[in-house]
Structure formats: C-alpha cells, structure tokens
Design a protein around this ligand. Structure first.
Ligand SMILES: Cc1cc2nc3c(=O)[nH]c(=O)nc-3n(C[C@H](O)[C@H](O)[C@H](O)COP(=O)(O)OP(=O)(O)OC[C@H]3O[C@@H](n4cnc5c(N)ncnc54)[C@H](O)[C@@H]3O)c2cc1C
Length: 385
C-alpha cells in the first residue's frame, strides 16, 4: 500500500527533524561528518520535514535590502545537506504533533511516525494579531516570505515612497535601516519606526540605544514610541495617524506555533515548547527542540538566531547519545551577553555586547565576515564551495 494523493501513505522515521532552522543545520552537519546516528534505531529512516529546500539566514536580509548582498546570498541549501547526510527530505509543514503516539501530521496530510524527534521550526509572525489585518501588512516571519514580497521589481520599488516598520527590537531597527536604504529606489523611501510603548531596543544597553537613535535621526527615520494598530483602515499610533503608508512590516516578535500547545506537550506560558538545558522536552524525553520554537525552563533565553546556532551542536550530541542508548548530557550554556551587530544600511553598523557598544564601517565589515563565514561553512558541507 503506497497511498493515494488524497490519502498518502504514512512514513516511519527513526529520527525526525522538524524544521530546517539554524540549529538543525548543525545537526545535519554532524550527520554529514559522522553519519546518521545508529543504535536503538539502526536501519530506520532519518527524515527532515520542512516546507522549503533552503534556509534563509535572517542576519543578511537587512544588508540585502540595502544592496550589500544579492538575493541568492544568505541561503543554506537544506536539500543538498540532507542528501549528503543521507536524510530523506519531506517538503511539507508540520501542523500537528501527538507526543504520546509519536506522530507528526503535515499540511499535505502525511502522518510521520517517529522514534525520536527534534523541532526547530522557528516562531510565527504575530503582526496581524497585534496590529489588525490590512493588505499592506507584511509579517517578518517566515523570513523567506518577507524576502519574496520585498524582492519585487525595481519598478515597483520605485513606487515605494513611505514605509512603516512596527517593532523596536533589533530586527525592526535593522529593517528600518534596510528599507530606508532600499536598493533601486530614488528618492529613498520615508520610514517610520513604531517601537511600541516598550521603546527602542528594550534589553539593550543605554549606549546602544543612544547610538541607534542617533543613526536613525541622522538618516531621517522617524521614531514613534507607541503601539501601532489599524483602525478603520488607517494605521494609528498613540492617537496619531501614520498614513499615508505604502507598506507596513510587522517585526513584533515571534509567537509560538498553535500546534505546539494543542499537542499537549509541556510548554511555557506563551506556548513555546519547554525544554531543559539539554534541549530535551521536560514532558516527553524522546522529543527535543531548539531555536525560537523552544523555551528553556532552567533560565530565560531570548529568541535569537545566535542561540539557535549555538544550541545546534548540543542538540546533535544529545540526539546521537539518545539514539545510541545513552543519556543526553550535552548542555547549551549561553553567555549572559550576546554579540549583536546591527546593520545601519549606510555602510556602517552598531556593535552591542552587554554594556559595550561601538559603531563604524569596521563593525559592518566584521558582521559581513561572520555572516559569510557561517554561510560558507554550510556551502562547503553541501558540496558547493
Ligand atoms: C530582520 C531580522 C534580522 C535578524 N537578525 C538577527 C541577528 O543578526 N542575530 C540573531 O541572533 N537573530 C537575528 N534575528 C532573529 C532570528 O531571525 C531568529 O531568532 C532565528 O531565525 C530563529 O532561528 P530558528 O532556527 O529558531 O528558526 P528559523 O530560522 O525561522 O527556521 C525555521 C525553519 O523551520 C521551517 N518551518 C517553519 N514552520 C514549520 C513547520 N510547521 N513544519 C516544518 N518546518 C517548519 C522553516 O521553513 C525554516 O526552515 C533577526 C530577525 C529578523 C527578522
């Protein structure tokens, strides 16, 4: 029985990776170097379930907007990595999880039974929930869809004269700079950054906030420290109209996918999959998670790509241990401060590391070097370099 298009055959995966995110590419890298882990699940299929054959590296998107990278830069070829690792690629999307019977259901109606599963699907956009629906609204997540919408032709870019970015975090700030310096536009679009009442770059050092505010002001980006919302078809913030606006981008943080909470697996209060320091579900020990979809229960961890990247090798070690019949012992211990390099779109960038800050062209050069090295590592593993 192979199943019909209306009723596709179930898949049995010994180990299932759900989502080709920043942590799972490190798992694929480990499997390319050392082979898919064998043991209790020897001979079973390893499957990567993810909707697209490539991962878009978000850190390079603002630079792409500003014309510093090509659209094809900043992609990790998941299909090639999976092929090299001997992993079956299932281009589909998880829509439900049953952690008791160990079955994931996909948007295409497939049932995937697994022995061990790991989730790295990222979070979901919550712009429409926070701002309301409007045809001009673009969610920042999924980032690949954002890029498709913004790619446009140079002609349609020339028609973009006023944009609003909602969200005062690092992603929103970088997108405001990226759109202000949007390649192929003349004159440059007018940009308003609506930070929400939490203000600009909450959680960052005062010196970083001051540098960002100066750069925004220097570039003529208006900053409004209010919550934005569509009211009667008009975008409003604190009683003030932000119209006219051709485009509104919601960089308002990520929400947990609804299927996580619906599954009955342990979550935090916001519905993110609750894991311990080994990135293992606190309720279902054969399930792991990393990246924005996960919430650490032992310590708070910001939803940031850098944590997904660093948790990747830990996840790989723990999956290998569990499949080999051992206790997963590797622990991801993030530093209390993370390095953030914010592209200001004008050939410069702002560095933030704890209470330290700096800015200049050398910061952008450092950012480009780090980003390109990460992409090049996976291109080499995929056999493309
Ligand atoms: C403009 C911008 C710039 C940023 N810059 C930085 C930065 O410089 N540094 C930093 O640390 N963070 C940055 N971030 C945050 C960063 O993008 C996220 O924290 C990071 O992408 C999270 O990685 P992840 O692996 O959890 O998920 P993702 O990178 O979102 O990957 C998720 C993967 O899962 C797949 N997927 C999604 N849903 C499903 C599903 N239901 N079933 C199966 N597969 C699914 C996706 O297609 C994708 O392959 C930035 C964000 C933005 C918006």
């Amino acid at each position: 029985m192979t199943g019909s298009p209306a009723n596709p055959a179930p898949i049995a995966a010994g180990v299932l990776l759900v989502g080709g995110g920043h942590a799972h590419v490190a798992v694929l890298a480990d499997w390319i170097r050392r082979g898919v882990p064998q043991g209790a699940l020897g001979g079973a299929r390893a499957v990567l379930l993810t909707p697209e054959p490539a991962l878009r590296y978000s850190g390079m998107v603002p630079g792409w907007l500003a014309g510093q990278h090509e659209q094809g830069d900043g992609l990790v070829d998941l299909a090639a990595l999976a092929a090299r690792a001997g992993v079956e690629l299932l281009l589909d999307r998880c829509t439900a999880l049953d952690p008791e019977t160990c079955v994931v259901t996909t948007a295409g109606g497939r049932a995937v039974a697994f022995g061990v599963a790991s989730f790295d699907t990222g979070g979901e956009g919550q712009g429409a929930a926070l701002l309301g629906e409007d045809p001009r609204l673009i969610e920042v997540r999924p980032i690949s869809a954002l890029v498709e919408r913004l790619a446009g032709s140079r002609a349609s870019r020339r028609g973009l004269s006023r944009a609003v970015i909602a969200g005062g975090g690092a992603g929103g700030v970088e997108l405001a700079f990226g759109i202000r310096n949007l390649a192929g536009t003349s004159p440059r679009p007018e940009v308003t950054l609506v930070t929400g009442t939490g203000g600009l770059l909450p959680g960052f050092a005062a010196s970083v906030r001051a540098r960002a505010l100066r750069a925004l002001s220097r570039q003529g980006v208006a900053v409004v420290a209010e919550d934005a919302r569509f009211e009667g078809g008009a975008l409003m913030a604190g009683g003030q109209s932000l119209e006219p606006a051709d485009l509104v981008i919601a960089a308002t943080g990520s929400a947990a996918p609804g299927w996580v909470r619906a599954s009955g697996i342990a979550t935090d209060a916001d519905g993110f999959l609750a894991v311990d320091a080994h990135h293992r579900s606190v309720s279902h020990p054969h399930i792991f998670a990393a990246g924005d979809v996960a919430a650490r229960t032992d310590r708070p961890l910001a939803h940031a790509g850098v944590h997904a990247v660093f948790a990747g090798p830990v996840l790989a070690a723990n999956l290998r241990a569990l499949i080999g019949g051992e206790a997963p012992k590797a622990t991801y211990r993030p530093r209390w401060s993370s390095l953030y390099l914010m592209n200001t779109g004008d050939g410069s960038a702002i560095l933030s590391y704890g209470s330290l800050s700096a800015e200049g062209r050398w910061v952008l050069a450092l950012k480009h070097a780090i980003d390109k090295a990460w992409i090049a590592k996976y291109a080499a593993l995929a056999g493309k370099a």
